[in-house]
Each structure stands twice: as structure tokens, then as C-alpha cells.
Design a protein around this ligand. Structure first.
Ligand SMILES: [Zn+2]
Ligand SMILES: [Zn+2]
Length: 346
């Protein structure tokens, strides 16, 4: 890692794929929620058959006309986003969603006799690292001829540096396989500590860090490749919703895709609903997100780190609300609430 910047070259697409979008703790749907969705959809289908019986839609077309919260789910896995920059893969955080990413990599890993990944961590709270022990490719022994390479980048002011934090969650008796065992069987595994305002290259990809506002510190990431910019600022609390943190603005400025914490509604944040105020918990809400999106002139905003207590309908409503706020402020940013499996091509 160096602090010098190289010219960003390259070619090819930039793709972001969401593998885990929840914050704080994994929160899968329960049976009652699934049943309620089914009943709701069946009721809507009955209504369509009664009102337009001569032009019935087939099931797929019918489902596709429903709002996303009715026909799908934003998912229950915690933070993990894969960013593919012309074939070079960067993984943002390793929440429980990274298990699914790992499963998807096996065919390519076996075909190419190895895979190279760079993991950029916002911080090491459980919801951002807990999937790593369940990332399947970690257990493929280099003795089989598969030469995997893993690089982990994380902060320095976490009381412990990144490697002890990752090792610690696998220490016996917390997990049956130790970090040392993983290191022994892996072709290449390294970790690098970060400071604020760092710029460095991962191949032809330029990455930049800014320290943001969250307990035990968090880092935002700006990823630039082939004139495309993806920014990831999860777990970040606004100081003032109408006056964005200059560091956040600098990071998000003119980005093509800004992936941002939007965990609470403002009423939840202020404790008007939900029992207690969430001040100092390190998370954001629509009013602050909309203000930053407009001031930073971002092209597309992806709402992320959904509260484990938010229903699919609540997240859908939050997406609509952020869109409305941005329009009211004269902004043009597109808005999407990220769901597991969502792919955005820039
Ligand atoms: Zn988190
Ligand atoms: Zn956190």
C-alpha cells in the first residue's frame, strides 16, 4: 500500500452487487411475515381477476407490477457489497452476506485455480465481519493447486489492528477453525492498516478513505475506476441533517453510485417512536441522506444498512420518502433501497 496516486486507467464495466444489506444483526423473515406476504399477494390477484377478468395477467407479469416490498424482500443478511471494476473484485465489508458471495465464486475459483479479492472494511463491528468464517473459499487448501489471495484493509484506531480483530472472532472456543490454520492453507493472505485521508491503488483502481462518525470509528470508501465512482459510507451519523460533514461531502462528491447508511427514520432517530433516541449510535436517516445527495450531486443513491426492525414495506416507504426529499431540494439523484441480489451496472 502506498499513499501515492496513480492515474486511473483501465476499461470495462463497474458493477456493484449487494450480498447483504441489513445493519446491526442478521434479521431473516419469519414464517408469519412470509405468510402475510402470500395472503396479501393472493388478495391483490383476486382483486385483479374481479376488476379486469377479460385481461388477466400471467403470474410473472402480475408479480412484476407489484411494488417490490410485496413481491420480494430487502433481505436479512448483514453488510456486504461486491464491486467489480473491469474484472478486479473489491469487497466492501464481510457481514453475513459474504457467505453467499463466497458460494458464488467457487466455479471461477476452481476454473482459474485461484481468485484474488481485496476486502475494504468500514469497521469491525460484528455485522461487518461476522460472515468471514463462513466464506467458503477461505477453506480451499493451496495443496489442491488453488492459489487464492486475500487482502484485508481496515482502520488503526480500533484498539486492536485489523488482523487481531479478524483473528479474534475465530479464536477457540468461539470458532472451530483458527486464523492460523486458515493462513497455513492459503496461498496469500495479508492485511493493511488504514489512516484517514489515504489514497492508494488496487491494480488500476484508485481507492480513498475518510474517517466518518461512528462509535469506534468508521471509514468511508471512494472507489474510482475508468471514470466511474462508487462511494460506500455505511455506519455514519450526521452531525447536522442540513449541513453535511465536509468529509462525507468530499467523499461522495459527483459519484455515480453512493451507498449510504439510512438505518432510521428521523422520528426513530430522535426517539419519538421506538422507545429511546438513537443519538450517538452512529447511523443516518432520510433527511440527512437527501441533503448530502443534493449537495454532493450524486447520480444514484443506494439506501443501505437497513434497520433489523424495519419491515420491507417500511424500507420501501423510506426509499419513496428520500426520493421526494431530493426532488423538493431540486436534486436529480436516482434513489434505490438496496436489496440482496441487486446489481447496479455503471
Ligand atoms: Zn453496522
Ligand atoms: Zn457499526
Amino acid at each position: 500500500m502506498t499513499s501515492s496516486q496513480k492515474t486511473v486507467k483501465g476499461g470495462g464495466k463497474v458493477k456493484a452487487k449487494f450480498w447483504g444489506t441489513r445493519g446491526s444483526v442478521a434479521s431473516p423473515l419469519v414464517a408469519k411475515q412470509v405468510q402475510d406476504k402470500l395472503l396479501d399477494v393472493m388478495s391483490d390477484y383476486d382483486l385483479m381477476m374481479r376488476t379486469t377478468p377479460s385481461q388477466p395477467l400471467n403470474y410473472t407479469d402480475f408479480l412484476n407490477r407489484l411494488p417490490f416490498w410485496k413481491r420480494g424482500t430487502y433481505g436479512g443478511n448483514t453488510s456486504c457489497v461486491e464491486v467489480d471494476c473491469g474484472g478486479r473484485r473489491i469487497v466492501l465489508d464481510m457481514g453475513t452476506g459474504v457467505r453467499l458471495l463466497g458460494n458464488s465464486l467457487f466455479p471461477e475459483m476452481l476454473k482459474n485455480k485461484g481468485i484474488e479479492l481485496t476486502f475494504l472494511l468500514s469497521h469491525v463491528h460484528w455485522d461487518h465481519i461476522q460472515g468471514l468464517p463462513f466464506f467458503g473459499p477461505l477453506y480451499v487448501n493451496k495443496g489442491t493447486g488453488v492459489r487464492n489471495s486475500w487482502s484485508f484493509y481496515g482502520g488503526t484506531d480500533w484498539m486492536r489492528q485489523i488482523e487481531p480483530c479478524l483473528r479474534g472472532q475465530m479464536d477457540p472456543p468461539n470458532f472451530p477453525v483458527s486464523w492460523e490454520e486458515i493462513k497455513k492453507i492459503t496461498h496469500e493472505m495479508r492485511s493493511a492498516d488504514l489512516v484517514d485521508m489515504l489514497s492508494f491503488n488496487v491494480g488500476d483502481v484508485l481507492v480513498k478513505t475518510r474517517k466518518l462518525n461512528h462509535p469506534q470509528e468508521t471509514y468511508g470508501w471512494r472507489i474510482e475506476y475508468d471514470h466511474k465512482v462508487v462511494v460506500y459510507t455505511t455506519d455514519n451519523e450526521p452531525y447536522d441533517p442540513l449541513c453535511p460533514d465536509p468529509k462525507l461531502l468530499e467523499l461522495a462528491r459527483e459519484s455515480d453510485l453512493w451507498i449510504t447508511d439510512c438505518q432510521y427514520t428521523k422520528d426513530v432517530y430522535e426517539g419519538k417512536v421506538g422507545g429511546v433516541p438513537r443519538h450517538g449510535w452512529g447511523h443516518s436517516y432520510p433527511e440527512a441522506v437527501a441533503q448530502t445527495a443534493v449537495q454532493a450531486n450524486v447520480r444514484k443513491v443506494a439506501l443501505f444498512h437497513h434497520d433489523p426492525g424495519s419491515s420491507d414495506e417500511a424500507i420501501y416507504n423510506m426509499e419513496e420518502f428520500v426520493r421526494k426529499l431530493i426532488l423538493e431540494k431540486g436534486g436529480k439523484s436516482e434513489v434505490v433501497a438496496a436489496h440482496e441480489g441487486l446489481e447496479i451496472v455503471l
